[in-house]
Design a binder for this molecule. Structure first.
Ligand code: SF4
Length: 193
């Protein structure tokens, strides 16, 4: 029997693009109050493959632990390199990042459409290194084009980043110290080509 206060069926579905487990935790707990959330992992930007696998395994772990549905899409690294080939010298936060956000959010929107989920969003706005208004603007343009709704967010506000780190630490999730792509790795560790 369904309890009287169970509004599970009344909640709208939400496809949440996740970049890693750490960034997913706080947004997931926030959103799951109002939505039925499915996690969507599509991050062909992550380099090298070993690091991609590590981040994916952590996302699998939280999906299993909290019984959150998870969809994993292809690791289209060649496509990512093709799209960013003329943007190698861009600093983190520049045009390459906008291309990278667009690629991932377009794919999320396409998946949402296939799944008949009208609403999608991303955990990317929790990062203090990322401009949430750029991400929201890209997401909104994609959503308008596909007749979907993009959930505009700034998950880092109200100590969101701090909260997600605390949750991540409790689960002993190891945190990466660069955004994801080879260029961000070089920039962070000061490695020349
Ligand atoms: S720095 Fe991060 S957001 Fe920017 S292109 Fe690299 S992986 Fe993508």
């Amino acid at each position: 029997m369904i309890p009287a206060n169970n509004n599970y069926k009344l909640k709208p579905k939400f496809l949440l693009h996740v970049c890693c487990a750490t960034c997913a935790l706080h947004p997931y707990f926030l959103l799951s109050k109002d939505f039925i959330v499915t996690l969507y992992f599509y991050n062909p930007n992550i380099h090298p493959k070993k690091e991609y696998n590590r981040r994916l395994e952590d996302v699998r772990m939280i999906s299993k632990k909290y019984h959150i549905p998870l969809i994993i899409d292809k690791y289209e690294i060649k496509k990512w390199f093709e799209l960013t080939k003329n943007l190698k010298e861009e600093p983190e936060g520049g045009t390459r990042c906008s291309v990278c956000f667009k690629m991932r959010l377009e794919k999320t929107a396409t998946a949402a459409k296939k799944l008949n989920i009208d609403l999608f969003g991303t955990t990317l706005t929790i990062s203090p290194h990322k401009n949430y208004s750029t991400i929201n603007s890209i997401g909104k343009t994609i959503a308008d084009d596909k007749k979907l709704t993009f959930y505009e967010s700034n998950f880092k506000k109200k100590d969101g980043f701090k909260k997600t780190i605390q949750l991540s630490n409790k689960l002993h999730i190891s945190r990466q110290n660069y955004c994801g792509c080879i260029y961000s790795m070089r920039e962070r560790f000061n490695i020349s080509n």
